[in-house]
Write a new protein. Sequence first.
Length: 357
Amino acid sequence: MEAHAPPSMSSTMFLQGSGEVVLTLGSDDLSWAPLASVGTSHAKVDNCKLDMRKMYRFVVHGFQRSRGNKSTLALVSYTFGHKHLQTCQTWFQQINSHICMETDRPKNLWVFVHPLSGKGNGCKTWQTVAPIFSRAKVKTKVTVTERAGHAYDLVASTTEKELSSFDGIVTVGGDGFFNEILNGLLLSRHKAPYPLVPEEFMHSLGSNSGCEQFRLHDESKIKPIHDLNGSSPGVSHKSEDDPLLSTSESSVCGVSDFRKEAGASNTDQDVASFFPNERFRLGIIPAGSTDAIVISTTGARDPVTSALHIILGKRVRVDIAQVVSWEGGTLSSMRYAASFAGLNHSEARLIYEAVEP
Ligand SMILES: Nc1ncnc2c1ncn2[C@@H]1O[C@H](COP(=O)(O)OP(=O)(O)OP(=O)(O)O)[C@@H](O)[C@H]1O
């Protein structure tokens, strides 16, 4: 809470295990202090032993950083009690309405669960974290995949209107599963020009590029890229507003790298062009065999930590690589892959899970 922001509510309550406290609901947090430390002259009682079963109670669910691993968040709950029902009800309503007013938090998510991911624990992992979403009043539509490509097909074929009803997509699985959904979203929506065709690489790199094989290609034979759906979006040429980095190094490798920063005004338009709405974000709950994307963003391979970051609406930048391949002078396929290359790890540890390319 900022120092000048007046508390929106404050009461003396009983906190299980601690005794009498002054509970304060600020503009963006809930805090409490033992009654003795806020300068009261109340007679000292053995607060901790007060029987809260005779009081009306409500439970606040929260989290704290683990002592051993600061990147890991652990669930905690606090039971507050008061002799008046009305007081407890008012607190309950006020806390819930504060949470609902937090605009960064997602309200409605589409969750894809890969049941066979990692050691086959996808569903179990989701069952572990699902109650955290419901307690936080985040609605979820859950789809358990039945085959490889199922999630891609659903995301790619869902209407813009239906996708727009979600604040994002969460995957419960590994890196491959996350990338499958990323492709379902981007291949049909991302309208950026494709990377330079090989002859153009040579032109832009000069004769000492070290990529002699590209010289063999005849530009006139280069055909449009065929996307995963078999459509032919066409080969286009690099332009001034091309989001692909202009470094020859990334292009030569057939991998183009572009970044979007959440909230940055000059990227809002780009984000809007391939995400169904501005609130939209992607998140991962790790259940795979490597979980490299999660480890490089939250710093912890922990489903509960990821769930909490997603619920809090935290965002972190990730790199998305556009990978193209050529066959006999034809650009034959294109994929997107989330990558941790270039991400500042210490920054990522501070920030969170929900990702926005
Ligand atoms: N129900 C399913 N049955 C079989 N394969 C599936 C199913 N759902 C998704 N897949 C495919 O399994 C692939 C691998 O999934 P995922 O990335 O979750 O597992 P992983 O390989 O164990 O994890 P990691 O990528 O972290 O190593 C995905 O690319 C996806 O296409």
